[in-house]
Design a protein around this ligand. Structure first.
Ligand SMILES: CC(C)(COP(=O)(O)OP(=O)(O)OC[C@H]1O[C@@H](n2cnc3c(N)ncnc32)[C@H](O)[C@@H]1OP(=O)(O)O)[C@@H](O)C(=O)NCCC(=O)NCCS
Length: 140
């Protein structure tokens, strides 16, 4: 089942693979980009992927649900996400719901004060997987 979900996402261009990083995401029609899974095996890869997500056309905010016991919560806070609410799953697990506005929706004066790297500063090669082929490219 996970393969079906990943395959569908790949066909929509919603898988991000970089050196040392993987992110599975979905852009809703209302402009919310949801991070479904994100994992980095190299320091800095998480921020590089976030920089890419912030530039996705049509994305107005990025939302992630992170189990409250994970260290990754500190990363979301450090990277400018705000804790929007806390949810409890049917199985009893507590999730922190983090949201960050995309740069296009942030007032100019707030952009200057944000500490995460500029999307255009990243030179990380990005792979976009489609159902039939792999495209290599560099961020513009
Ligand atoms: C969360 C994750 C994607 C971050 O990616 P990363 O490449 O390690 O993070 P970056 O190097 O881009 O960012 C590091 C910055 O965040 C801060 N930070 C705080 N808590 C952190 C944490 N638990 N992990 C990584 N960085 C953290 C660091 O201090 C650093 O700040 P600085 O740049 O000001 O020094 C990565 O740690 C990971 O894959 N975690 C395991 C999987 C996971 O939990 N995913 C999220 C599930 S909701």
């Amino acid at each position: 089942m996970i393969f079906d979900a990943l395959h569908d996402s790949a066909k929509r261009g919603e898988l991000l693979l970089i050196d040392g990083g993987f992110c599975h995401w979905h852009l809703r029609r209302d402009g919310q980009l949801t991070i479904r899974e994100i994992i980095a095996t190299r320091k800095g890869a998480g921020s590089a992927m976030l920089a890419r997500l912030l530039c996705v056309p049509g994305a107005e905010s990025i939302l992630a649900k992170c189990p409250c016991d994970l260290d990754a919560n500190a990363w979301y806070a450090r990277r400018g996400f705000e804790l929007e609410r806390v949810e409890v799953t049917p199985s009893g697990r507590t999730l922190n719901v983090w949201r960050r506005r995309c740069l296009s929706t942030v007032p100019v004066e707030e952009v200057d004060s944000q500490k995460s790297p500029s999307p255009r500063a990243s030179s990380t090669a990005v792979v976009a997987i489609t159902s039939h082929h792999i495209l290599w490219g560099l961020p513009t």
